[in-house]
Design a protein around this ligand. Structure first.
Ligand code: PAP
Length: 324
């Protein structure tokens, strides 16, 4: 469906009293990205060595981009001072294709990713909404998932912050933080950008079971708990396995250090820089970077509400997002 047809027929809602969203194929997306999304779905030409990073928002996208970028950059024998992450927020290396497909920056990046090896691409689109060309191309897809309560709390902080600074996607600017109870309500209803959360995640989980060589499913919590093991798994999947010898261990350490939350958060570019494409301060992508922060924000009742839904939605899928 083209964006004009979509515009006429798509159901619409307002997310958090501020962002207009529309529904397509059971999922919700920002209304102002309708044109870009339609173009991405119909025009995007994948290459067989592309690596497409996918995620529901706030589940570890920034970290995943940094990790993959640093894995691919090992071949360039980059010195610390040449590290582009010192000059750019990780998102600038792989802007969301569904939202920015028509921008000059993305079109330039698609033509010349500026590094040897495959292109690093990113989207929050659910698996079934990816361009057909991607689903049929066999290009590699990595998905990162996260505990739903931590995802929600991260999202709550993020939107409260960007609404305060009146990002261009927002139509109104509220006085105080959006009530967390209403954020839980909206999360559970599934009516939120790229939602419903569960269906988005399960789509990739199921595809990773069907095509494990082409779709890798990672969890934020496992990356936190077993970083070396998970990065080795990611690199092997990307076709850049580390050696099991000492030099391999050193490379894994380098990738993890360069991608670490503490390092990235403290870089000048992420403390004070702005991601011009979205006019967002880079610091909005680095908050706490921990597991279980939901405990500081959700009452037992709200947590129980999400847990029950998680159980219901993941029943029979073999997926658990509450292991930690
Ligand atoms: P996005 O969907 O807007 O791109 P995304 O990067 O998926 O956001 O998620 C942001 C979360 O990842 C934040 O979590 P928090 O709110 O619970 O703190 C952010 O702090 C965290 N994060 C960002 N970079 C890293 C990193 N290098 N390591 C671990 N966590 C990170």
């Amino acid at each position: 469906m083209g964006s004009q047809e979509m515009d006429q027929v798509a159901p619409r809602e307002v997310f958090w009293n501020s962002h207009e969203i529309f529904q397509l194929e059971g999922f919700w997306f920002y209304a102002n990205s309708m044109q870009s999304m339609a173009a991405f779905r119909s025009e995007f030409q994948p290459r067989s060595d592309d690596i497409l990073l996918t995620s529901f928002p706030k589940t570890g996208t920034t970290w995943l981009i940094a990790l993959c970028h640093n894995i691919l950059s090992l071949d360039d024998d980059g010195k610390e001072e040449d590290d582009v992450l010192k000059k750019m927020n990780p998102h600038e290396l792989a802007p969301p294709l569904d939202v920015n497909f028509l921008s000059d920056q993305v079109q330039d990046l698609l033509l010349d990713p500026g590094r040897s090896g495959g292109r690093l691409l990113q989207t929050h689109l659910p698996y079934n909404c990816l361009p057909e060309s991607v689903r049929n191309s066999g290009c590699k897809i990595v998905h990162v998932a996260r505990n739903p309560k931590d995802t929600l709390v991260s999202m709550w902080h993020f939107y409260n912050k960007i609404l305060k600074i009146s990002a261009p996607i927002a139509t109104t600017t509220p006085d105080g933080p959006f009530p967390v109870e209403r954020a839980v309500e909206s999360f559970c209803s599934g009516v939120l950008p790229w939602g419903p959360f569960y269906e988005n995640v399960v789509g990739y989980w199921e595809e990773s079971n069907r095509r494990p060589k082409e779709v890798l499913f990672l969890k934020y919590e496992e990356l936190c708990r077993y970083p070396e093991e998970q990065v080795r798994k990611l690199a092997s999947f990307m076709g850049r396995p580390f050696s099991s010898m000492e030099d391999g261990d050193a490379e894994v350490g380098k990738v993890l250090r360069r991608s670490s939350f503490n390092r990235l958060k403290e870089l000048e570019v992420n403390k004070n820089g702005v991601w011009e494409l979205h006019r967002l301060p880079n610091n909005t992508f680095f908050r706490k970077g921990t597991v279980g922060d939901w405990k500081s924000y959700l009452t037992p009742q709200l947590a129980e509400r999400i847990d029950q839904l998680t159980q219901l939605k993941l029943q029979g899928t073999g997926l658990s997002l509450d292991d930690f």
